[in-house]
Design a protein around this ligand. Structure first.
Ligand code: UDX
Length: 436
């Protein structure tokens, strides 16, 4: 391959993109300001858990195509620069914090060579790309800027990068599109749909997609609330409506709702940006989506109280799951951890188990008690709360677990456990959106 690539920001998105592009044959240099992270990556070690990415990273580093540095001047000979830094929710409001994106573009600007293309992948408020591009015309007029949103899911990051269901590029001219077509040629060759857009549309595609997904989840959780009130079963309802191809069955899993580093902050940042643009009315519904989502966390706590007592101080609650979803060690805005902390604050004695997320969880909530062994976690529990649907929990034997706990009460916060199996083993089984 003739083109050489750089990836600015070696977090979740950046490392995945760097390793995947390297696996397509490109020479890739990853730049990050954190020397510890860079040292780890240089050894071919992944600083977080993502299935399949660890071996891909090690393989690409070993092959010599992929390297990492803290030195921004190392990008000077590179043609295409992917900006993959985080855009977290700002501390004082709903808007996205653009500090890292602006800093990244400013840091590479002095080293951009003639004809270089900067490609933003971070999720940003609409209008950001245009303003960064204007900035670049002053600081690095020899370079251009495009936007290429990323839709990868944690747990499927490699697959989603190498076999995405579409590629979206926001460009201002044909040359930028041609460069990106050259980069993604092997992926386009798989028949991947290619969508050329202008800069604002490319930015909006990402937040619109995440808003739609969040809406689907909150819709089914709203149905779960109605099912509970009316004595219905949301899992049957979801299955029945999902057969309609216009609705589709995916993302209709009722439970404690969405968390993670994307969906919650993206819908909030979208609302904040719409307000700035005078279009808040159009996104007013996202406030409700957020409220339904947070209410699901409260509803599960209400169920715990109804099964045990208003006063939780005498009770031990075993929590299965800390991460925001299975096959990830990410605990950012994790509903499971939020619920665990709230139950502990209410006086319950809480022990949390997770196959991969205990250390990240401990960093965020050092006062919670953790157990790395699921059978030890449930020992003498008055109630088990299943909050992240790891396979390990689905494979638990209810009879064996039943011999360890104090009382056989389980609440399935994700609607994936086999209710009959648990009930037949003598458990009181409750799930959100299903009558007892
Ligand atoms: C999401 C988008 O899916 C992805 O396209 C985007 O690039 C980044 O944000 P991710 O954050 O990895 O990806 O998680 P996702 O699989 O979307 O799940 C988000 C949350 O929704 C999780 O907490 C999950 O448990 C929850 N969820 C998902 C449900 O509660 N019900 C569902 O039916 C699906």
């Amino acid at each position: 391959m003739d083109l050489t690539l750089s990836v600015i920001g070696c977090g979740y998105l950046g490392v995945t993109h760097a390793a995947c592009m390297s696996s397509l044959g490109f020479t890739v240099i990853g730049v990050d300001t954190d020397p510890d992270k860079v040292a780890m990556l240089t050894r071919g070690e992944l600083p977080f858990y993502e299935p399949g990415l660890d071996s891909l990273l090690a393989q690409e580093v070993k092959a010599g195509r992929l390297s990492f540095t803290t030195d921004f001047s190392a990008i000077a000979n590179t043609d295409v620069h992917f900006v993959c830094v985080g855009t977290p929710q700002s501390k004082d409001g709903l808007a996205a914090d653009l500090t890292y994106v602006k800093a990244a573009v400013a840091a590479i600007a002095p080293y951009l060579k003639e004809g270089a293309l900067v490609v933003g992948k971070s999720t940003v408020p609409v209008g950001t790309a245009q303003s960064l591009r204007s900035e670049l015309t002053l600081t690095a007029p020899q370079a251009d800027l495009a936007w290429n949103p990323e839709f990868l899911r944690e747990g499927f990051a490699v697959e989603d990068t190498l076999k995405p269901n579409r590629l979206v590029v926001g460009v201002v001219n044909d040359r930028a599109e041609e460069i990106l077509k050259e980069v993604y040629e092997p992926i386009i060759a798989l028949g991947t749909p290619w969508i050329r857009a202008d800069l604002p549309t490319a930015e909006l595609v990402k937040v619109a997609a995440n808003s739609f997904l969040a809406t689907k989840i909150s819709f089914i959780n709203a149905m779960a609330e109605v099912c509970e009130a009316a004595g219905g079963d949301v899992t049957v309802l979801a299955k029945a409506i999902g057969y309609d191809p216009r609705i589709g069955s995916r993302f209709l899993q009722a439970g404690i709702g969405f968390g993670g580093g994307c969906l919650p902050k993206d819908i909030r940042a979208f609302m904040a940006r719409a307000e700035e643009l005078g279009a808040m009315q159009a996104l007013e519904f996202l406030r409700e989506i957020d409220a339904i989502n947070l209410r699901a966390r409260q509803r599960v706590i209400d169920v715990v109280r109804s099964k045990l007592s208003e006063d939780l101080t005498q009770y031990k609650i075993a929590i299965l799951g800390a991460t925001f979803k299975p096959d990830s060690d990410d605990v950012r805005d994790s509903p499971a951890l939020d619920i665990s902390a709230q139950l502990q604050a209410a006086g319950a004695s809480v022990v949390v188990h997770d196959p991969k997320g205990i250390e990240p969880a401990r960093k965020r909530f050092p006062n919670l008690q953790y157990s790395s062994n699921v059978l030890e976690c449930v020992k003498d529990a008055d109630l088990i709360l299943h909050l992240t649907e790891w396979r390990e929990y689905r494979e638990l034997n209810p009879s064996v677990v039943g011999t360890l706990v104090k009382s056989k009460i389980i609440i399935d916060g994700r609607n994936v456990l086999d209710r009959d199996l648990w009930r037949n083993a003598g458990w009181r089984f409750h799930a959100l959106g299903r009558s007892d």
